[in-house]
Design a protein around this ligand. Structure first.
Ligand code: AHM
Ligand code: MG
Length: 329
């Protein structure tokens, strides 16, 4: 039987919140809680590095390229190391799928969870002091412990996530996550080094007037998307595009709005990655009362064929997503 939600006052520390809500989780073990704590701890270390990036020589490209041919930034690499280390030490995760590694990492332990992570998303913003984020998805492993990890464990659909979230390194640092029982946001109190509950039970407005899209590419968008952008303009909507998915998503979650990265002539399959960028945000969006699709189907129902698979993304306020996809209006 599902445990009823415990009301928590603003200011509750993340650790306490996780502990008190442990019973909501159907597997009723402390392991998921520990996993969330490991991710939170690693994010504090990454946050420290992000914040001092201007002071020491860790900015700029590291010289290698990642799996999708983009140049890796030093902070991307560092963030990947920090999260991988925390998850390895923690022992609850048996495998990690990361934007920064070609194949998944088999941690060769008895962990029950598979993590998909974009350790530092918004790489073009790292060098220019603009908000960036970490995105994570948590799955149960499917195969028995002790047997080799297989595609069945790795290539799960978004619907199979047991928890997901992001960390936004912005004007303040926030951790927002869901375990399928609503969405809660925590702000890092820098002097205490603690995440405290600041945004309980987050819901996204059903409709909004802000649209976020890289409009410079409009000539290459599908007709339906061009039509929707025109609709936004005709209705004097606000255009807001940071170019950091977590930051754009977070603003729209709080205020109402839509983020679109459609297919383009250059990237017919879209640009964003299903497994470690879109699925987590889609889970959060739906939990907050919003929607996330690829234009036709719910993001969470797409069966990945590849770790680094891309997808178009329409995400945010429900009415806006429906209209942008031509379902209404
Ligand atoms: P990245 O994984 O290389 O950082 O790319 C993902 C980012 C998203 O955060 C952002 O919304 C999008 O790419 C911006 O792309 P563009 O510069 O094409 O508008
Ligand atoms: Mg990314």
């Amino acid at each position: 039987m599902e445990q009823s939600r415990i009301a928590h006052p603003i200011g509750t520390a993340l650790d306490r919140f996780i502990k008190n809500n442990q019973g909501q989780f159907q597997y009723a073990s402390g392991e998921l809680s520990q996993l969330l704590r490991d991710l939170a701890l690693a994010s504090k270390v990454v946050n420290r590095e992000v914040n001092k990036a201007g002071l020491i020589d860790i900015m700029g490209p590291v010289g290698s390229t990642n799996t999708t041919g983009e140049q890796q930034q030093k902070l991307d690499v560092l963030a990947n190391i920090r999260f991988t280390r925390a998850l390895t030490k923690g022992g609850e995760a048996c495998a990690i799928i990361s934007e920064e590694t070609e194949s998944y990492t088999d941690l060769q332990n008895d962990g029950k969870y598979v993590i998909a992570i974009d350790p530092l998303d918004g790489s073009s913003n790292i060098d220019v002091n603009v908000s960036i984020g970490t995105i994570f998805s948590i799955y149960r492993r499917k195969t028995p412990i002790g047997s080799p990890i297989t595609d069945e464990d790795i290539l799960q659909t978004g619907e199979e996530q047991v928890a997901a979230g992001y960390i936004l390194y912005g004007s303040s640092t926030m951790l927002v996550y869901t375990t399928g029982h609503g969405v809660n946001g925590f702000t890092l109190e820098p002097t205490l080094g603690e995440y405290v509950l600041s945004h309980p039970d987050m819901t996204i407005p059903e409709d909004g007037t802000t649209y976020s899209i890289n409009e410079g590419m409009a000539n290459h968008f599908p007709e339906q998307v061009k039509k929707y952008i025109q609709y936004c303009k005709d209705n004097n909507y606000r255009a807001r595009y940071i170019g950091s998915l977590v930051a754009d998503f977070h603003r729209n979650l709080l205020k109402g709005g839509i983020y679109i990265y459609p297919s383009t002539k250059k990237d017919p399959g879209g640009k964003l990655r299903l497994m470690y960028e879109c699925n987590a945000l889609a889970f959060l969006a739906e939990q907050a009362g919003g929607a996330a699709t690829d234009g036709q189907q719910r993001i969470l129902t797409i069966r990945p064929a590849d770790l680094h698979q891309r997808t178009p993304l329409f995400i945010g306020s429900k009415r806006m997503v429906e209209r942008a996809c031509g379902v209404s209006g």
